[in-house]
Design a protein around this ligand. Structure first.
Ligand SMILES: [Zn+2]
Length: 144
């Protein structure tokens, strides 16, 4: 019998957790930022995938990321989808994580005038209040 919590992950026939976006968000419910690491060349990516974009080999393994990084680029969003329009203007950025992988997301709790390239940010998680599926927690960036 697999335990209740882990049984929700999408798994292959051997029980390995598949490198899918859905599983990425399931890890977020456990407040874990997970990336995938190529078992051949060692490259790390934030969004799960089956094939390594660098060396084309299959065999990506989950690896937990610290969620610490520096801001590479950002922009301020004034016009958004209906879901997010009430939160505009908000900042979105691309962060280079300590592990070398890049992750994009919303930046919260930082004044827009304080945003600058190279700013240290960490990943945090929040409840998803969206009415639409899936209602898993989202990650965002904030000041450490
Ligand atoms: Zn590779």
């Amino acid at each position: 019998m697999s335990d209740q919590k882990n049984s929700q992950f999408q798994r292959d026939p051997d029980g390995k957790i598949l490198p899918t976006i859905e599983n990425f968000y399931r890890f977020c419910t456990e407040r874990k930022l997970m990336g995938v690491k190529c078992s051949k060349c060692g490259a790390i990516f934030t969004l799960p995938r089956m094939t390594c974009p660098k060396c084309r080999s299959i065999g990506m393994e989950w690896t937990e990321l610290k969620g610490i990084g520096k801001l590479l680029s950002y922009s301020i969003v004034h016009v958004s989808t209906a879901d997010y329009q009430s939160q505009t203007p908000y900042a979105v950025g691309i962060v280079e994580l300590d592990e070398g992988a890049r992750l994009s997301g919303v930046i919260r709790n930082v004044k827009h005038e304080d945003l600058k390239i190279g700013l240290s940010l960490i990943v945090d998680f929040e409840e998803n209040t969206s009415q639409e599926w899936p209602q898993w927690p989202r990650y965002f960036f904030r000041s450490p």
